[in-house]
Write a protein that binds this ligand. Structure first.
Ligand code: XMP
Ligand code: MG
Length: 183
């Protein structure tokens, strides 16, 4: 799916597919060095992180395990509330594991800060964050992201796993959604 086919839904392409892949490769070299000789469990947050998880995992020259969680932030439309509910929990016991949370985007940071606390309570060896995107101007809590793809402006974005009302996830790039679509 390319932006020209979407016809007015998107205002601009923010990050091209090639830029995403280039940046993920850089992050993977750092992850490989940091976890050399260690086990590594990637925890993807459904559904938005599916694309970044797939590309990150295949770029890594490191034996990994993968697991998934689905959470929902109560709240409507394009705003996170920070009240989080687990829709699907991990299948994996985290005791003694090195966990790398793989996220699509950090907006207010409320969802992730809840998730970090939740996973840390399960006695893992370590918990770190890899996020493709972050909106610094939207931050409401401070999150220490060890592996970050890109900082972006405080606009609603879609593509590369990110949706609006379940649409646009299969767009290969990250694009800005036209405000008339959601307002
Ligand atoms: P918070 O505010 O808790 O939000 O950091 C995290 C989750 O909200 C979703 N989100 C977005 N989804 N475009 C999207 O498609 C966006 O610009 C956007 N901002 C936040 C996303 O699910 C993220 O994990
Ligand atoms: Mg998400």
């Amino acid at each position: 799916m390319e932006p020209r086919d979407i016809d007015g839904d998107l205002t601009e392409i923010l990050i091209e597919e090639e830029q995403i892949h280039g940046r993920l490769a850089e992050l993977c070299r750092r992850i490989e060095a940091d976890y050399a000789g260690k086990d590594l469990l990637l925890v993807g947050v459904l559904k938005g992180a599916v694309m970044v998880m797939a590309d990150l995992a295949r770029e890594l020259k490191h034996p990994i395990a993968m697991d998934w969680m689905a959470v929902s932030s109560y709240g409507s439309g394009t705003q996170s509330s920070g009240v989080v509910r687990i829709l699907k929990d991990l299948d994996t016991d985290l005791h003694g594991r090195n966990v790398l949370i793989v996220e699509d985007i950090i907006d207010s940071g409320l969802t992730l800060s809840w998730l970090i606390a939740n996973l840390k309570s399960r006695q893992p060896e370590s918990v770190e964050i890899c996020a493709l995107l972050r909106k610094p101007d939207a931050a409401r809590v401070d999150i220490d992201v060890k592996y970050l793809g890109f900082d972006i402006p405080n606009q609603f974005v879609v593509g590369y796993g990110l949706d609006y009302a379940e649409k646009y996830r299969n767009l290969r790039s990250v694009a800005v959604l036209a405000p008339h679509i959601y307002s």
